[in-house]
Design a protein around this ligand. Sequence first.
Ligand code: NAD
Ligand code: MG
Length: 398
Amino acid sequence: MMQPQGRQAVTVMGATGSIGTSTLDVISRHPERYRVHALTAHRSREALFEQCRLYTPDIAVLATEADAAWLRQRLADAGLATQVRAGTQALIDVARDDEATIVMAAIVGAAGLLPTLAAVEAGKRVLLANKEALVMSGALFMEAVTRSGATLLPIDSEHNAIYQCLPIEHRDGLVRHGVSQLLLTASGGPFRGWSAEQIARVTPEQACAHPNWAMGRKISVDSATLMNKGLELIEACWLFDASPEQIQVVVHPQSVIHSMVAYHDGSVIAQMGNPDMRTPIAYGLAWPERIDAGVKPLDLFAVARLDFDVPDEDTFPCLRLAREAMKAGGTAPAILNAANEVAVEAFLEGRLSFTGIGEVVARVLDRQTVASADTLEGILEANRQARHLAQQLLDVKT
Ligand code: NAD
Ligand code: MG
């Protein structure tokens, strides 16, 4: 279908990652609707160069000046006109650049906070994959959405599912719309049903081999510890103005139901599909229209059965820690997130055991005083302090 105002320009932050490449895959199926304005990556200069060849963006951003210089040279040799910039400020500038109307926020972790907020403040259509940004800055983030008039579309599959199961105008309160509960589904990760002894010996390779989804390494580990579900619980509280009590986590190993909304009249509405992030990405790009995402149709006969179970919060304490952090409020979620990022990195580098991740997060939450989260400076300070504390704990351990 031809867009009356011409093609929409899209900026993809975190273009070389799992969500970024899926986003470009969907975009490439609709050249009449979308063009790429800017692509950003951290260090993956080779991958970004290949993407520049394929999608000819106006701008590309990398973290360091050295990598940017390398990319500039490669692009010049290839006769491409993409401008190359470097550093955090360049990332923020690109996020709010007038040229793009849609910004995919797919940087992983706290590094995505400032650029994602910049896109929100500029009133873009923001496709939010970077859940850590919202977990850290919840109230501030949602206020910025209201103030700027940005259109915030959740890309996390669970939140995208809930969004699809809610009435369009749900921002004025779930209860008004007859919602009784949000049912957040969880695959349970690769270690569902394992004993504490088995889990203590888990390796990074095992943790990154998710049964249903192919994802970046950090979120794969988060899925295995159930911290991902904890971050998603906090994310859902902010996105849908819900309390932690209004959200029930449901373990559903097939990952076919992506989440559900329960209403007071007894109805439960579910969104289903194959576990493929191109579905929520296509939804976010085209909303309120629907476009082809390249996703295989769901074969219910092949799925055959749907199972449901309660999460095991004794073996996987991270979900409980996240719920408690949300209840504590203020900077507690930012502290949780920061400690988790440091601990996950240490686990991936072989410096911390799998069960050590939850221990480090719990101890940092115990030690650090929660402050109010009504300024960005306060949030960034809590993030810095929690990282420092987590690092100290790791140094003692190793
Ligand atoms: P990934 O590790 O595959 O990709 C991360 C991207 O961010 C890369 O392009 C990388 O270059 C860039 N990046 C990393 N560190 C950066 C930094 N310090 N500064 C700037 N850029 C940086 O991650 P992913 O799996 O695509 O996940 C991205 C985000 O989406 C995460 O917040 C994750 O929780 C969320 N998410 C992912 C999935 C999924 O299926 N992969 C599903 C739901 C939500
Ligand atoms: Mg998810």
